[in-house]
Each structure stands twice: as C-alpha cells, then as structure tokens.
Design a protein around this ligand. Structure first.
Ligand code: HPA
Length: 252
C-alpha cells in the first residue's frame, strides 16, 4: 500500500505514465471527494492520484470539497501529499513556465469549509502552521525540478490563495505583492491546512501559467492560458516523475 499521493489541479486531471491498478470512490463524513482515488505505479513507485477539480474538471476552486478530499486520502493510508497547482506569477522571477516550490502561504479565501476541528464533541485544537509545507517533500520537488531539462525553477515563494473563480484586479495583485506574495492561485487553501490538521506531510509544485493581473500594466493574457496550462502541466508531470526518484520519497 502506498503512503504517497499526488493531487492534480487545473490541466492535470489524469497522470500520463501512471499504470493504474485500481480506483476507489471513498465515502467520508464530509461528503464525496472530487472523484475516485486512482492507485497505480509511476516511475517504479506506488502512488495514489486525486484530481482536485474532478475527473472532468467541473468543480470550481471555491466548490471543491477539500475536507472530503483530504479525509479520503488519509483514510486510505496516505501520509504524504504532493499537490500540483496552476498559478499566476507576481514576482519578476516567476515568469510563465516557471516551476515554483513555495515555502509560505497567505490565505485570502473565505466561506470555504476550512477545518476538521469544527466544534462538536472533540476538544478544539489549534495546529501549528508556521511553516505550512513539509521540508522533505519540498526538497524532493526541488531536486526533481532541477533535474528536469529546460525548466526555470524558483526554490521558494509565497503562495497567495484567492477565492476565485474570477481572476484578481490589478490593485488586488499590488496589495498581494506588498504583502509579500510571489505567486497567486485559488486552491492552495484550505487544502494545505487540512492536511496539516490530519498530520499529513504536504508540499506544492506550483506551475506559473500566466503573469498576474496588472503586472507591467497588462491584463491577464487569458487567450494564452490553455496552451500554457498544457505545456506547464506536461512539465509538472516530468518534475513529479523525477521527484519520485528522490530517496526522500522511497517508502519507509
Ligand atoms: N490568479 C489566481 N489563480 C490563478 C491565476 C491567477 O492569475 N493563474 C492560475 N491560477
């Protein structure tokens, strides 16, 4: 049984190269996850895969049942999650096509079910979330990205998570840049916090698919998005394949 899962985001609803052994639709106390968990082998390693937006990419970021997804992964024995997400680049280094392995998060989302500690009979628990991403998993992703030919890799970053589904205004991005955000996406939270609440190690492979709103006085180039998502996610799959070779990710 594997303890490692990949969560795929926009443009990554199935993993090319994954030899599927079985699929399981897990029932959770929080409702249905986005889709069945797919189990299989990638690059000689057993992994589980879950498509965050559903197998046909129909679930928008604010409607994803993050609690059910993370609970489902935990309930099948997953202990480590590599999460892939498409993002906009805010800082100069995060140009389109760059792979960013963020080390921090600022959460601007609202009205999402964002905790497993939601009252009831259990005592309230306030988890430590000072450093939201797991260092070992980040190292594996960084090593995987650096060993992938032809990629611009940024080894740290502050992932600002917005509510969506609309993109941001130029002023919102200016404010986020002033806050310290270097990338912006819509699905990094509450996913990371829910994983932490269940004691799962979690790291993010962010793929820059556009320059964020208002940078250099430009609107978001939405016409180019499908092509950049497609090529960015192809790169993310290569990065994951290489990261899985890292000794950090060998099953204990
Ligand atoms: N903003 C928010 N989420 C995103 C973006 C963006 O510019 N690009 C991809 N996901």
């Amino acid at each position: 049984m594997t303890t490692l899962a990949i969560i795929g985001g926009t443009g990554l609803t199935r993993m090319d190269g994954l030899t599927v052994t079985r699929r399981e639709m897990v029932k959770t106390p929080y409702g249905a996850p986005s889709c069945p968990i797919v189990f299989g082998e990638l690059g000689g390693r057993q992994v589980a895969f879950l498509a965050r937006h559903g197998s046909t990419h129909r679930i928008p970021p604010h409607r994803i049942n993050y609690c059910a997804n993370i609970w489902a992964l935990h309930s099948v024995g997953i202990k480590r999650i590599l999460a892939v997400g498409a993002v906009g680049g805010i800082c100069e280094r995060c140009s389109v096509g760059t792979i960013v392995i963020p080390d921090q998060i600022i959460d601007y989302t609202y009205a999402r079910e964002s905790t497993f500690f939601d009252g009831g009979d259990d005592p309230v628990e306030h988890i430590d979330f000072s450093y939201p991403y797991d260092d070992n998993l980040r190292s594996a992703l960084i090593a995987g990205a650096k060993s992938t030919d032809g990629l611009n890799v940024v080894e740290e970053g502050v992932y600002g998570v917005t509510q969506g589904p609309r993109l941001e205004t130029a002023s919102e991005i200016r404010r986020m840049a002033a806050d310290g955000c270097t990338i912006v996406g819509m699905t990094g939270m509450p996913e990371a916090a829910l994983a932490a609440e269940l004691g799962l190690a979690y790291a993010c492979c962010a793929v820059v698919v556009n320059t964020a709103a208002g940078i250099n006085g430009q609107k978001v180039d939405t016409a180019s998005l499908p092509a950049s998502i497609s090529s960015g996610m192809n790169n993310a799959v290569r990065v994951l394949g290489n990261s899985l070779q890292s000794s950090v990710l060998v099953e204990a």
